[in-house]
Design a protein around this ligand. Structure first.
Ligand code: ADP
Ligand code: MG
Length: 682
């Protein structure tokens, strides 16, 4: 394909200088670039609608023949207008074209065409204005639609691309060698290019897309690794023995395969003498990330190192502390909790013991990163729910050891974490499996009028022994007095009017830590039945007996945040419910909330969030310097992970920079990075 990059777009038939300039506007100068100029979208011409079934305003594809010749004339304003009737077995449709005198010669009688476009219906009269059409005999069932610029219609681009594709030799120089494609089930480049532009079927399109996406992410991955390899820090905390099996024997359950794989990835990292671990473990809410971290801490401590887990809230830190204390109760491991609300004298004691090495594992909040906290030999840092921390906070904790290993845990592919994948050189493990026996969570969307019924339902469930969370209405951020008043007022109102005989607790961010803890402890033990809370319960809380989550003003939350909230239920053996309350009627918010009702897959939800709210929310302004991606997306975590595996394979397979089989792949890396003015690789 290299020579096609040298071939100018003007050299294609039918493209004069003027048209070529329009292509330049779109960033396409060479035939090679044209091949990489993928369609913006596709029109599916395979689904035919009977004329009798056409609805007003619908975009349809109808199949028919002309019933008469083309009538033409001029409108009052002097526009050329052509009209013609077509028919299928079910009805007649009028077509109207403006400013196209060629219609008379383009549309012939006795030829079957498909017409695609928006239709209108007034009673029995169906009309389409300026539909696109194609004879049945030379039809692409799925038609490519390109990004266009004024003066450059889609069919001109289609013809140019057709020529370009036909110039490709049968055997193209594929950046992905055959053995690699076979190993990962990816199609060849020739097929991919042909089908991304002119799909033979929707399956062929998917196959093509997948390969091109993975290739692009692979190229990105390999390129970034080359740039960053110099920066990886040496493993100064080499772990010799793997104790993960021993840790598993301390648990009351078996790890899922996905958890085991994640643990194995981590163990491999910390036993790698060359560089220290930098790994992100990503898994949906409830997938069991905590024990993965626990297992790694165990191995590190048994090898003589210290480990620290940093959680974003005191509640979460305490919960981790309690569960680890239980798991490790019959071992000699010393474990401590260090949060802001631990008594001063106790804090001092814990800090002294961290410094002299008496404490092996510490779990805490930001209190861990104050200057006063010092470690004897901190070998592993774990941050839970990473998106809650700034990069600098993480760096601060890391600086307390000598190149300690880093394990980052996150439930959603959220912006900063993604930034870290790219900038922070994190490897990724994905836990894509929930522990067995998880119950369904039924998600319902209701409006305020049904609130009363929902509260009645909660009442019934509580009387059956279950517990519930109610997330109270959001108030503007920053006004802490209002937040406090609103949560407490809201709870008071519920207690007075609905739950007079039921124990209700309140939890919000402005409470004193000790009070928060007391409320959480009562909710955990089942004394409090209904917990009215702000989003402080969003991350990590684990109370399996809680089976209902009701969220007020649901439209005000991001989908990923709703997903996190919902993840607080469905943790036990009982069926659970999530009730979203919203009076918003905008299309965008109802579409978003409906997504919540139909899927529980965090990756799908993150994708939907990205689509509906746009990438701005996800990437902030930090994307400079990264090459422009053509077909893939950094939010596509799954393919990102696959590409990372392939990158590992390529690097292990050979010194690929100098290996002939990977010459074309290297050329792609250079091309992707040169376009940003990024420093030249190798
Ligand atoms: P998250 O990934 O959201 O942090 P947690 O680590 O809090 O999830 O785990 C959720 C719950 O699932 C906890 O109660 C934990 O004890 C339980 N759990 C984790 N792994 C398993 C497993 N393999 N089998 C059964 N239960 C598990
Ligand atoms: Mg968690």
């Amino acid at each position: 394909m290299a020579s096609l990059y040298a071939m100018k777009i003007e050299e294609l038939k039918g493209l004069g200088k003027k048209r070529a300039e329009l292509f330049h506007k779109l960033g396409v100068y060479s035939v090679g670039q044209l091949l990489n100029f993928y369609p913006r979208t596709y029109e599916d011409w395979s689904e035919i609608t009977d004329i009798a079934d056409v609805q007003d305003g619908q975009t349809v594809c109808v199949s028919g023949e002309l019933t008469s010749g083309v009538q033409s004339g001029y409108t009052k304003t002097g526009k050329f207008i052509a009209k013609v009737f077509i028919a299928d077995e079910t009805g007649v449709c009028e077509l109207v074209f403006f400013n196209n005198p060629y219609i008379r010669t383009m549309l012939k009688t006795d030829v079957k065409y498909r017409f695609f476009g928006k239709a209108t219906r007034r009673f029995s009269e169906v009309q389409m204005i300026s539909p696109t059409f194609s004879a049945e005999s030379d039809l692409n069932i799925i038609k490519p639609i390109y990004n266009l610029t004024a003066g450059l219609p889609n069919n001109v681009v289609v013809k140019a691309v057709r020529q370009a594709v036909d110039l490709l030799p049968d055997e193209v120089n594929d950046p992905l060698p055959g053995e690699l494609r076979e190993k990962y089930g990816l199609c060849g480049l020739r097929f991919a290019i042909e089908n991304i532009h002119f799909p033979q079927s929707s399956e062929a399109l998917n196959t093509a897309k997948k390969r091109l996406v993975i290739e692009e992410l692979l190229v990105l991955n390999l390129g970034l690794r080359q740039l960053k390899n110099r920066k990886r820090s040496e493993n100064k905390n080499l772990i010799k023995t793997d104790f993960s099996a021993e840790f598993e024997s301390l648990l009351s359950f078996k790890l899922t395969n996905a958890q085991r794989n994640a643990v194995a990835d981590c163990v491999r990292d910390i036993m790698n003498p060359e560089v220290s671990m930098n790994r992100l473990v990503q898994g949906d809410v409830g997938s069991g990330k905590t024990v993965v971290a626990g297992s790694l801490c165990y191995t590190v401590v048994k090898n003589g190192g210290q480990a620290a887990i940093m959680a974003p809230t005191e509640i979460l830190a305490e919960q981790h502390y309690n569960s680890f204390k239980e798991i490790l109760s019959n071992t000699s491991i010393n474990i401590a909790l260090l949060t802001g609300s631990v008594k001063k004298s106790e804090k001092e004691q814990i800090r002294a013991k961290l410094e002299n090495g008496e404490i092996d594992l510490v779990i805490g909040t930001h209190a861990l990163i104050t200057d006063k906290t010092l470690f004897k030999n901190l070998a592993l840092v774990v941050t839970d729910e990473q998106h809650r921390f700034g990069v600098s906070q993480r760096a601060k904790l890391l600086s307390k050891g000598n190149n300690p290993h880093l394990l980052v845990m996150s439930a959603t592919p959220i912006p900063r974490t993604l930034g870290l994948i790219i900038f922070g050189d994190l490897d990724i493990s994905i836990i894509d499996e929930l522990p067995p026996g998880r119950q369904e969570i039924e998600t319902l969307l209701i409006d305020g009028l049904k609130r009363q019924r929902a509260l009645g339902f909660i009442r019934k469930e509580v009387l059956r022994g279950r517990q519930a969370y109610i997330v109270c209405p959001l108030v503007e951020e920053g006004d802490s007095d209002i937040e406090l008043a609103s949560a407490e007022e809201y709870a008071a109102e519920l207690m007075l009017n609905y739950f007079t005989d039921i124990e209700v607790g309140v939890l919000h961010g402005k409470m004193k830590p000790a009070d928060k803890e007391a409320v959480m402890a009562k909710f955990s033990s089942g004394e409090i039945k209904i917990l009215v809370a702000t989003t402080v319960i969003e991350v990590g809380i684990d109370v399996p007996n809680a089976t209902i989550m009701m969220i007020e003003n649901a439209e005000r939350f991001g989908l990923s945040q709703l997903h996190q909230l919902r993840g607080r239920v469905g943790r036990g053996s009982e069926k659970s419910w999530c009730i979203l309350v919203s009076d918003s009627t905008t299309e965008n918010s109802s579409e978003r909330l409906k997504t919540m009702c139909t899927t529980r897959d965090g990756f799908k939800i993150a994708d939907a969030d990205l689509k509906l709210r746009g990438p701005g929310d996800f990437f902030g302004s930090r994307q400079h310097g990264l090459p422009q991606l053509n077909i893939s997306s950094l939010a596509d975590t799954r393919n990102l992970e696959i590409s990372q595996k392939i990158a590992d394979y390529v690097i292990e397979d050979s010194n690929f920079l100098y290996d002939d089989r990977y010459r074309a792949l290297n050329a792609e890396i250079k091309r992707l990075f040169l376009q940003t003015g990024e420093e030249t690789l190798n």
